[in-house]
Design a protein around this ligand. Structure first.
Ligand code: ADP
Ligand code: MG
Length: 276
């Protein structure tokens, strides 16, 4: 075959949710429509697309938090049939436990796995130092800045060394400068780790800066419209990514795809309004 090994495979995945608008009857909402993709081991793949196109749903399917209505989700060659504890999930909210300090939050997953205190503290302290949080070990989440809490939530996931990181708009609420610093740190943590990252963002610059491949989704029901290979050499300078060769070509084309989807969405909403 000559292909690199896939760690995650989506085979003709469709996902319908049954919803019940207040006072109405049950309705099926198709969130994903026949999506197929393979994510190679060790790669950094980003999903972009209009809001509601099913990006978060894909991460939840890979994490085993949802089951597809049709098709299969394979993880390391096997269908995902239960909660997939092999992956780390970083969501937009940092979900740190407010009653635990930074060190206690970071080592939580190891504690749950029964790793003895000296080992788990050592591992947590290493990661805390790597992301520049040394000195804040005994601070509680409310005593940390947004960027610091975000770092904490990422290393809290890395602490148990998952092969795959699922990241759902992790840098969404941060200011532009902090985002770039965190993107840079994430690339450093990932580079050479062999880990696979499946990342969701609505920021097209971020998608180009970080990924090997970008999958562009259509408006709902989500389908893969297009796929980009980001052939910008690594290590990358996220602070000057717009100066990289090929940046403009990929960014312009991505923007064109997304704009088309947004216009179509708006056009459809108007047509619905008019016919109502
Ligand atoms: P995205 O992350 O791309 O914004 P989502 O994957 O969150 O999109 O959602 C895709 C669609 O599925 C949306 O219309 C959303 O309202 C719907 N949806 C997601 N999760 C559920 C759920 N648990 N129950 C009902 N509808 C859902
Ligand atoms: Mg989402």
């Amino acid at each position: 075959m000559g292909q690199t090994e896939a760690i995650i495979e989506l085979e003709s995945v469709s996902m319908a949710f049954v919803t019940r608008p207040r006072g109405g009857s049950h309705r099926a909402l198709l969130a994903l429509d026949n999506v197929s993709a393979r994510i190679e081991r060790g790669s950094f793949v980003t999903l972009v697309g209009p809001s509601g196109c099913g990006k978060s749903t894909i991460l939840k399917l890979v994490a085993g938090l949802l089951r597809p209505t049709a098709g299969r989700v394979l993880y390391k060659g096997r269908p995902v049939q239960a909660v997939n504890t092999d992956v780390g999930f970083v969501t937009q909210d940092d979900n740190l436990l407010p009653w635990r300090n930074l060190l206690e939050n970071v080592q939580l997953a190891l504690e749950l796995r029964g790793v003895p205190r000296p080992q788990r503290e050592q591992r947590a302290l290493e990661l805390i130092e790597r992301v520049g949080l040394k000195g804040f070990e005994h601070h509680y989440p409310h005593e940390l800045s947004g960027g610091m809490r975000k770092r904490a939530s990422i290393i809290r996931t890395l602490v148990y060394d998952p092969d795959v990181l699922l990241m759902d708009e992790p840098f969404g609420p941060l200011d532009a400068q902090t985002r770039m610093v965190l993107q840079d740190e994430l690339l450093r943590l990932w580079q050479g780790s062999g880990k696979t990252i499946l990342f969701v963002t609505h920021d097209l610059v971020e998608s180009v800066a970080l990924s090997d491949r970008i999958l562009v989704f259509s408006r709902a029901p989500g389908r893969i419209l297009k796929e980009y290979v980001v052939d910008i050499p690594r290590p990358r300078d996220v602070f000057h990514i717009h100066e990289a060769p090929n940046f403009n070509r990929i960014f312009d084309s991505l923007w064109n795809d997304i704009r088309g989807q947004l216009l179509e969405q708006r056009f459809r909403a108007r047509a619905e309004e008019a016919s109502a």
